[in-house]
Write a protein that binds this ligand. Structure first.
Ligand SMILES: Nc1ncnc2c1ncn2[C@@H]1O[C@H](COP(=O)(O)OP(=O)(O)O)[C@@H](O)[C@H]1O
Ligand SMILES: [Mg+2]
Length: 295
C-alpha cells in the first residue's frame, strides 16, 4: 500500500517558538503513524526555488497524497511547492485554489457567511467610513490571514471609527497578516471564564475535516478551562457545524474553529487550510491514524 507523505518545515526552522515545537511534535507523531516524512526548507534562501527545495524528496512510483506541514506560505509559494510536489507524483491535499479558499478569510467568507459573524472587507483606510453604516461598534478587526490576538484585545477590537482607522492602518502595514485586506467583523460575545492578559479565551473548538469526514477535534486553548468539556449533544452541534462549513467551502482539507456565544449559539470563527493550522489540544496519534485511513 502506498504511504502518504509529509513535507515538513519542522527541522529547517531556525528560531525556537511554541508553534515550532508543535510542528515538530505533529511531524514526529505522523511518522509513528506511518507517514513518510521529508524535510523541506522554510524559504528559498538556500535552495533558490521550489524544485530544489524538494530535491531530496524521492519521486513516488504512483501518485501519493501529501501534506505540507509548516508556516502559512504566500499564495505564490504554495503554488510552486504544489507543482514541484506533483512533478514527483505527490499530490498535496489542497490545490492552490482550495488552499486559498480555506486560508484567506475573504475567500472563505462568501461560502460560510450564514455560519459566522457578519464581516466586511476593506482595502484602504478610507473605506473605514462606510463601516459605521453597516456594523455597530465595537467591531472585531483582523487581517485576511491573521489577527493580532497575541498582542491583546485592544489590537483586535475597535470601539470607534478613530480606533478602527488606527488598527486598519497598522494591519495594512503588516502584509503577512493582511495581504492588503482588512476584515471588520461584528463582535461576538463568546462564552468564556478565562483571559490571557485582557483577551477573553472563548469557548472554542478546532475541528479538522477532510472531504467531509471529521479527522479530529479538540479544545482551542491550552491549559485548564472549566468550559472545555462538551456534553454529547454539544459535541454533535460543534461537529455538525464544522461539517456544514466544510461542505459549503470548496476546499478538501480544512480546519474549522467553532465557538459558543453567551446566548449559547454555536458559530464559526474562522477556517484555515488544515496543513497550516495548529493542532491545539487534539490528540495527535489518533488524528494521524484517522487521516491515514481516510487517505
Ligand atoms: N467576530 C468576533 N467576535 C469576537 N471575538 C472574535 C471574533 N473573531 C475572532 N474572535 C476571537 O479572536 C480570536 C482570534 O481571531 P481569529 O479570527 O481566529 O484570528 P487568528 O487567525 O489570529 O486566529 C478567536 O479565537 C476568537 O477568540
Ligand atoms: Mg484563529
Amino acid at each position: 500500500m502506498k504511504r502518504p507523505l509529509i513535507l515538513t518545515e519542522a527541522y529547517a526552522q531556525m528560531n525556537d517558538s511554541p508553534s515550532l515545537r508543535d510542528l515538530i511534535h505533529a511531524t514526529e507523531t505522523a511518522k509513528l503513524s506511518g507517514f513518510q516524512v521529508y524535510s523541506i526548507p522554510p524559504d528559498y534562501t538556500r535552495c533558490e526555488n521550489a524544485e530544489n527545495a524538494l530535491a531530496y524528496v524521492p519521486e513516488q512510483a504512483e501518485e501519493t497524497p501529501g501534506l505540507w506541514l509548516g508556516f502559512i506560505p504566500s499564495a505564490q509559494r504554495y503554488t510552486e511547492i504544489y507543482e514541484a510536489a506533483l512533478d514527483k507524483n505527490i499530490r498535496l491535499l489542497n490545490t492552490p485554489d482550495e488552499h486559498l479558499n480555506g486560508q484567506v478569510f475573504d475567500r472563505a467568507y462568501p461560502y460560510i457567511a450564514d455560519l459566522t459573524p457578519k464581516s466586511l472587507v476593506i482595502q484602504s483606510v478610507e473605506e473605514c467610513e462606510m463601516i459605521a453604516e453597516e456594523l455597530m461598534f465595537p467591531v472585531f478587526v483582523k487581517g485576511a490571514i491573521q489577527s493580532r490576538k497575541s498582542k491583546g484585545w485592544s489590537f483586535c477590537v475597535a470601539e470607534s471609527l478613530q480606533e478602527l482607522r488606527e488598527l486598519a492602518t497598522q494591519l495594512f502595514a503588516l502584509e503577512n497578516r493582511s495581504r492588503g485586506k482588512v476584515i471588520v467583523r461584528e463582535l461576538a460575545q463568546l462564552r468564556h471564564t478565562r483571559r490571557a492578559s485582557d483577551f477573553p479565551l472563548g469557548r472554542e473548538y478546532r475541528v479538522f475535516v477532510y472531504q467531509g469526514h471529521i479527522v479530529g477535534w479538540g479544545y482551542y486553548w491550552e491549559g485548564d478551562d472549566p468550559l472545555r468539556d462538551l456534553s454529547k449533544e454539544e459535541e454533535q452541534h460543534v461537529l455538525a457545524l464544522a461539517q456544514r462549513a466544510a461542505e459549503a467551502l470548496p476546499s478538501s482539507y480544512i480546519s474549522v474553529d467553532v465557538g459558543q456565544t453567551e446566548a449559547l449559539d454555536w458559530i464559526v470563527i474562522e477556517t484555515g487550510d488544515g496543513q497550516f493550522s495548529g493542532y491545539s489540544e487534539i490528540p495527535l496519534l489518533p488524528f494521524w491514524n484517522r487521516l491515514r485511513e481516510l487517505l
